[in-house]
Ligand binder design. Structure first.
Ligand SMILES: [Zn+2]
Length: 459
């Protein structure tokens, strides 16, 4: 990492220009050299091998939300935080997950390649196949499908409406075939008791079946849909709290450092996001005995990959008072891939905020030029919608191994981890240490450096 020699000049210059009154307190902050001495209290203590080893432990298997593997990770993370003396809490939350069924279509003893639709009921049906076109209400007027299987072409109306129309006409099952090349995996939108079992066929197989029927051939089929359904599952957040060391001199402010521990199916998730979790754990270890006047919460979220479920669940538990007191949320997601680009900060609205200002300043002090851009897609999003300044720290462009079985420990770069840990650690500590004035909730954003906007967002 190249340290920039003109750091002190940049800081000095920007501190002397006429800052708005709201920045007045920060102008009295220590000069750059003193600031760097404070950074070093964090930086010198970071041991990147700890981060690397925790990634190794966490990425020994995929950690899909709601599974035993996620629970194992949750316990590992909680034990780590507790070992540093933090108060910890495992916050469990329910979610629904759709289990994809096994389907089969058999015609005259031949099994035809088929796929399923999300929210199809399970069931088995054997009967005569009847071509009902697109299965619009008009197509089905006056047609009795009792005991029969409807053959339906994709198009014009929703899959759900096709199934409902055919079911209303008495069909015991529905085959929907594609109107373009490739296999067809659709969704019926939501469970509905009026649905009958439905499977899909390719355009080629569907067309062949339709022309047999058009030629007057009687075709009987057997359809099976097994093992599908909505399951109730539980995922977990791990929350570790570092209380201010001197309660009497404490501000009432809170900083949140976040990452997510769940991974997608089939991926060890070394970079996504064991890297962020392990970096949070190391920062927690480093800060455990540091004097601070600000509460720091290290939160590891579950079910991020299923739609930021853990962070939404966490923000939901925050009172308005807590939301008001959280002055910044730093989300680290995918911060250690050797094959990804530079560290970039992303906010939901694409605007700078106190978090990006703090980290950009820390970057200048530690020798990294940060840029910012617009992106959601991680756990900073629910915080943003709760009115909390939040940013995602991630390398852009992302690595080709993203969400694949190749997202493994051997692709992790200790240099990338070290850089992220230094920047986020120094930025958090600038707020949390007792000698700096309290941030007045985005009114006192430190503005020591200029930093550029990335065009095009996360690549
Ligand atoms: Zn991911």
């Amino acid at each position: 990492m190249r340290r920039k020699p003109f750091i002190a000049l940049v800081l000095a210059a920007s501190l002397t220009v006429g800052l708005p009154a709201a920045y007045a307190k920060e102008v009295t902050a220590p000069p750059a050299q003193v600031q760097q001495a404070f950074d070093n209290k964090i930086i010198k203590r970071i041991n990147v091998d700890n981060i690397y080893n925790d990634i190794g432990h966490l990425s020994s298997k995929p950690r899909i939300a709601g599974t035993q593997a996620e629970w194992d990770a949750v316990q590992y993370i909680e034990t780590k935080y507790a070992s540093f003396g933090y108060d910890t809490e495992i916050q469990s939350f329910p979610f629904e997950s759709y289990e994809i069924p096994t389907v089969s279509v058999t015609i005259a003893g031949d099994t035809i390649a088929s796929d399923s639709f999300t929210y199809t009921p399970n069931g088995e049906a054997t009967g005569e196949v009847v071509d009902v076109g697109l299965a619009t209400e008009t197509d089905l007027t006056g047609i009795d499908l009792t005991g029969k299987i409807a053959l339906v072409k994709r198009g014009d109306i929703s899959f759900a409406d096709k199934v409902l129309n055919a079911a209303k006409a008495g069909a015991s099952a529905v085959i929907i075939y594609n109107n373009t090349s490739g296999s067809l995996n659709g969704t019926l939108g939501a469970p509905n008791d009026a649905f009958v079992p439905v499977v899909s066929l390719s355009q080629t197989d569907g067309d062949r079946l339709a022309s047999s029927l058009a030629n007057g051939q009687a075709v009987s089929a057997t359809i099976e849909v097994v093992g599908g359904g909505v399951l109730q599952k539980t995922s977990h957040n791990v929350v570790a709290v570092k209380e201010p060391t001197n309660k009497k001199k404490a501000t009432d402010q809170i900083i949140v450092v976040g990452a997510h521990h769940d991974s997608v199916a089939g991926s060890p998730g070394a970079n996504d996001d064991a890297s962020g979790v392990a970096t949070s754990i190391e920062l927690a270890r480093v800060m455990a005995n540091m004097p601070t006047d600000t509460e720091i919460r290290f939160v590891s979220f579950g079910a991020e990959e299923l739609g930021l479920l853990g962070s939404y669940a966490y923000v939901e538990t925050l009172s308005q008072d807590e939301r008001d007191r959280i002055v910044g949320m730093f989300q680290m997601d995918m911060v250690g891939s050797r094959d990804a680009g530079d560290l970039v900060m992303f906010t939901v609205d694409g605007e700078k905020n106190v978090v990006t200002d703090l980290a950009a300043a820390a970057g200048v002090r530690t020798g990294t030029t940060l840029t910012y851009g617009q992106e959601g897609r991680s756990d900073h999003v629910p915080f943003y919608y709760a009115g909390i300044p939040a940013a995602l720290f991630i390398h852009s462009p992302t690595e080709p191994w993203y969400h694949s079985p190749e997202d493994s420990l051997d692709k992790i770069s200790k240099a990338k981890l070290q850089e992220t840990a230094e920047i986020v650690g120094a930025a958090v500590y600038q707020v949390a240490r007792p000698d700096t004035p309290a941030l007045e909730r985005a009114k006192v954003a430190p503005k020591p450096v200029e930093y550029e906007k990335e065009v095009g967002g996360l690549q």
